[in-house]
Structures are given as C-alpha cells and as structure tokens.
Design a protein around this ligand. Structure first.
Ligand code: PRP
Length: 174
C-alpha cells in the first residue's frame, strides 16, 4: 500500500506564509497569557515545530500520541492515547495543535477529554480542514487551509507511515 503522488496541493512556500500569519494571530490573541501548546503526534510534528517558532509569546510545549486511524484510511471513531501529557493542564491556557481535522471525531474526543482536566481555556489549531467529511460538529479556533476531500500527505501527514518527510502537501492516489 504505497499510493502514488498526483500533484502538489499546497507548496512549502504557501505553508510557511500561512503558518507565519497563524503565529502572529495567536501571539496577538495570547499577548498577556502564557500558553501551553500540545502537539498531537504523529501528524502534527512538523507543523508544531514551525508554528511555535512563529509565536512570539512565552509558551510551554507537550505532546500526546493518539491513534485513531491506525493504518486505515477511515477514522474508526475509536481514539486511543498511546502517550499522555507529562503534566497537569489544570488552570492553564491550552492550545491543541493538529495537522488535520477530517470527520472531527479525534478533535471532539480530545477536547472533551482535556476539558475534564480543567484547563483555564482550551483552543484548537489545525493546519488543514476538510469540512466536507465532518461527522461531528466542531470547528477549529485557528486553521491554515480548507482543503477538498482528497487524500493528502507530506509536512507530517502520512499514507501508511510514508511521506511524512515531504516539505509540500501533496495529493496521493491510493
Ligand atoms: C489523523 C490526524 C488527526 C485525525 C483527524 O491522525 O492527525 O488526529 O487523523 O481525523 P478525524 O477528524 O477524522 O478524526 P492519524 O490517526 O492518521 O494519526 P497520525 O497523526 O499519527 O498520522
């Protein structure tokens, strides 16, 4: 199961420009607050690394490793925490960073789960949004690009664990 690359959907230059704008907006919105940024592995690792360097406010980072899709192309709706946070988020200004929101099942489950830990605030930031695939009603607070219902890889996103290291976001044909 490899898939073949069809075309570039979003170039590395477009990504960099948009990530900078997101970082500026987040810096403005949290100008008087200390942020805790939580990257959701694995898909967000490159976006997270670029985004936090565009945020000019003091921040802490942590990661969670979730698995919802496994190696299939469809979300199962069953989310598992494979690695949890290393600390409490109680009373903190928390922002979840995800590579993509598709059905919304992962982000909905995650926000519900983290809200139980009583952060002072909880926002979400996704690089990509595929609203046409949404099953549960949820809209990220910050989003980089709205994309069509194509299978995309690169910049952290995979197809059966391949292609995460591509610098552009590209469409693959399964
Ligand atoms: C991807 C992505 C989100 C989720 C979004 O994770 O990182 O967590 O799917 O899909 P949804 O909105 O339909 O729930 P995946 O399980 O592919 O793991 P990965 O981040 O390790 O690639």
């Amino acid at each position: 199961m490899e898939g073949s690359i069809k075309e570039i959907l979003i170039s590395r230059e477009e990504i960099a420009e948009r990530v900078k704008v997101l970082g500026e907006k987040i810096s403005r919105d949290y100008f008087d607050k200390k942020l805790m940024v939580i990257g959701i592995l694995k898909g967000s690792f490159i976006f997270m690394a670029d985004l936090v360097r565009e945020i000019t406010r003091p921040l802490e980072i942590d990661f969670m490793l979730l698995s919802s899709y496994g190696n299939s192309l469809q979300s199962s709706g069953q989310v598992n925490i494979l690695k949890d946070l290393g600390q409490s988020i109680r009373g903190k200004e928390v922002m979840i960073v995800e590579d993509i929101i598709d059905t919304g099942l992962t982000l909905k489950w995650l926000t519900d789960t983290l809200l139980l830990r009583e952060p002072s605030s909880l926002r979400t930031c996704t690089l990509l949004d595929k609203p046409s695939r949404r099953i549960v009603e949820i809209t990220p607070d910050y989003n980089g690009f709205i994309i069509p219902d194509s299978f995309v890889v690169g910049y952290g996103l995979d197809y059966s664990e391949r292609y995460r290291n591509l610098s552009d976001i590209v469409i693959v044909e399964p």
